[in-house]
Write a protein that binds this ligand. Structure first.
Ligand SMILES: [Zn+2]
Length: 93
């Protein structure tokens, strides 16, 4: 762990990234029902080694286990120990 002084103003990679995002938000026209991601520069969205689309699909296809239930509010499949009341998880009651 390094002892970084966050009060010291200096140009870091984080600063550059923040400026880029700010420019995008400023020049971006409000999309009508479209995803904001389509308006952004693909280079900024590229995360090496992080292919989340496949992971999301796998989770969605997973069958519900016997000791799991589907929350009727957030529609997440949760373990029975997370079921707080009726068919709602502890996060939703
Ligand atoms: Zn829930």
């Amino acid at each position: 762990m390094s002892t970084t002084d966050y009060d010291t103003p200096r140009t870091t990679d984080n600063d550059v990234q923040a400026e880029s995002l700010e420019q995008l938000q400023t020049r971006r026209e409000p999309p009508a029902g479209l995803s904001d991601l389509e308006e952004l520069d693909p280079e900024l969205l590229e995360l090496p080694g992080a292919d989340l689309s496949g992971e999301t699909l796998t989770v969605a296809v997973l069958p519900k286990q016997a000791d799991e239930f589907t929350c009727t509010r957030c529609f997440l499949v949760q373990h029975r120990t997370r079921q707080a009341r009726a068919d709602m998880c502890q996060d939703c009651i």
